[in-house]
Design a protein around this ligand. Structure first.
Ligand SMILES: [Fe+2]
Length: 348
């Protein structure tokens, strides 16, 4: 008890002890007194410490709930989220004096794993300002904030106009990018299109990876365990001079205790499986992939100028349909979805 209580306390007498490890092993409390704000402890080595009631409360069941966002539990979703997708107005995020708009945005991302920001000026400048306000933009081998038109010069499937199945990005980083954002600035028809051509394609896809993992665990618990325990050598290659691997192998599904923590899923970034694990892994991966592709789990929508989508790349997979014409998209990665002072605002 003594060592736990001493850490966040204010100690009377000389300067705060550099380390609780310097305290005598047999230290114990000899007297307690209390004020409205704190509990005061008199210790056997004659020093005193003070412990705020709020901190003491956080040590018991239900404590630290706010600190880790558990006061806003995750809500798993499927295709029915198309009826009321989470969204926040741009102006609320950028200018509300009490930052309630930002609180709503980060709460949406915590609860649903994504949010739209509507009414965003369709410019790279406004988009970058929005993303910078959420948190630091993460620079990768693709750069920082990006603004691109499909161009195969960067040998990555994202820079084509091909359909992309649901996947997560940067599986090959030790810490995959936490947040990712897209803003479609324009989408114009190909030069040879007739004026009546409207079906340019390019619908966007989101899938709740935690919902899919929960379904997998329920329907095929053995497959879930295989994807949770089989470690994969992820890697990035294809761009000249660039080869990236994480610090170690990682499974497709990661948990923190019993809670789902992270999903990595991009078959194009997957390295070679251990020969003796391959059969059971492929069997599990087929089941997982089939769940991801169930129509009931897919949320399809059309990105439009002004409607930025921001999603948690540790939880939500993204993809898109093939498209025609010229699309200009800007966006960025954030380092992590769970760090930074803005995240805390969501607990208001
Ligand atoms: Fe992607």
């Amino acid at each position: 008890m003594g060592s736990q209580l001493t850490a966040p306390s204010r100690t009377s007498g000389s300067a705060i002890t550099a380390s609780a490890l310097n305290l005598p092993e047999d230290i114990h409390p000899v007297n307690f007194s209390e004020t409205q704000q704190h509990l005061e402890v008199q210790w056997s080595d004659s020093h005193k410490s003070q412990h705020p009631w709020s901190w003491l409360e956080s040590c018991f069941d239900g404590g630290n709930v706010e600190q880790f966002g558990q006061d806003h539990p995750r809500s798993l979703w499927n295709s029915s989220i198309e009826n009321s997708p989470p969204e926040v107005p741009f102006d609320a995020v950028m200018i509300e004096p009490n930052e309630q708009g930002m609180a709503n945005l980060t709460r949406n991302i915590r609860v649903h794993g994504f949010s739209f920001v509507i009414g965003t000026p369709p410019t790279p400048e406004a988009t970058e300002a929005l993303l910078e306000k959420i948190g630091p933009i993460r620079t990768t081998h693709y750069g920082g904030f990006y603004d691109f038109i499909p161009d195969l010069a960067l040998a990555d499937t994202a820079y084509t106009n091909l359909a992309l199945p649901a996947h997560t990005d940067t599986t090959y980083f030790t810490e995959p990018s936490g947040l990712q954002a897209f803003h479609l600035l324009s989408h114009s028809a190909p030069p040879n299109a007739k004026p009546t051509d409207e079906a340019l394609g390019g619908q966007s896809l989101l899938v709740d990876g935690f919902n899919a993992a929960t379904i997998l665990k329920k329907e095929f618990p053995d497959a879930f365990e295989v994807l949770r325990t089989t470690r994969i050598p992820w890697h990035a290659s294809g761009n000249k001079g660039i080869a990236i691997v994480p610090d170690q192998t990682y499974p497709v599904i990661e948990q923190d205790g019993d809670e789902l923590a992270k999903v990595r899923w991009n078959n194009d970034d997957r390295g070679i499986l251990d020969l003796f694990e391959a059969d059971k892994w492929y069997s599990a991966a087929r089941k997982w992939n089939a769940i991801l592709r169930r129509r009931t789990n897919e949320y399809w929508f059309q990105l439009t100028p002004g409607r930025v989508v921001i999603f948690d790349n540790w939880r939500v997979l993204h993809g898109r349909a093939a498209f025609e014409g010229i699309r200009r998209i800007c966006g960025a990665y954030s380092r992590s979805h769970s760090e930074g002072p803005k995240q805390r605002l969501s607990r208001r």
